[in-house]
Ligand binder design. Sequence first.
Ligand code: BJW
Length: 246
Amino acid sequence: MQTVQRQSISDELRDRFESAKSVLVLTGAGVSAESGVPTFRGGGNSAVWKGMPFDLISSARMVERDLPRVWEWFDYRRTLLQPLEPNPAHKEIARWEKLFQQFTLVTQNIDGLHQKAGSGGVIELHGNIWRARCVSCHARYEILAGERRADECVGCGDRLRPDVVLFGEILPRGVFELAAESAQECELCIVIGTSGIVYPAASLPEIAKAAGAFLCEVNSELTAVSELCDEVLTGKAGEILPMLTT
Ligand code: BJW
């Protein structure tokens, strides 16, 4: 493992970035931190809300027990997110899409900031906070900023819940498989702003590495993924990512 300061990106990484045909980027909460979105575990986290740890309030168990409380938590977070804008890291990743023959962006984030920055075809492993889903028929509804969200499904009348993958829930059908396929095929895998401890997302760098990809991490601190990486760039994503193309 080569740990470098953000100012010193290796020639090997630059070469690989220039010549790669297929690239996979995996992002986590850290990529949105510079936009003002709290992370779960890193600095500035929001690990507790109204006395409840987030892995309890954001859990399948809580949806069964107290859905209104879960909505209260998600409504509150959408209000925080509404005025926030993509930062240089989101914008840089959106630019990368055009640089490679095959480019896959996989995010664990639910904030929609990659799309707001112009990224297309984003694979959202954990859903999106700007959507609701029927607990029975799984119909999905967009939640518009500043507008009152619906409580019930128009189709079947059952309750709506956030269209987000909570702890103990299974990822949407086919979504992880799609991401894993890209991990299997990529030449370069860049893991940005994730603590790399939540599975199955955390297995994507492992899959990429096992299949022969060059693995690079960009994070403000060392993580569970760092040891596996060929190169670790330590610092803020919004500062480091633009350096890869300059
Ligand atoms: C910066 C920065 C800057 C800061 N620049 N960097 C295998 C082993 C062990 C456990 C499991 C396993 N397989 C499944 C599990 C269980 C569980 C799990 O992984 N638990 C672990 C925590 C131990 N996984 C699940 O439950 C998943 N479901 C599943 O596997 O289904 C199958 C199944 C079901 C039941 C039984 C058995 C199997 C679902 C996981 C869903 C996760 N959902 C959440 C909440 C979403 C809703 C909400 O927002 O409330 O998703 S959890 C939370 O963590 C959120 C995130 O997407 C996810 C990942 O967090 P992330 O993005 O890494 O953020 P942080 O905060 O952890 O890290 C931020 C990083 O940024 C830090 O490293 C900072 O340093 C860095 N940083 N500023 C660069 N400027």
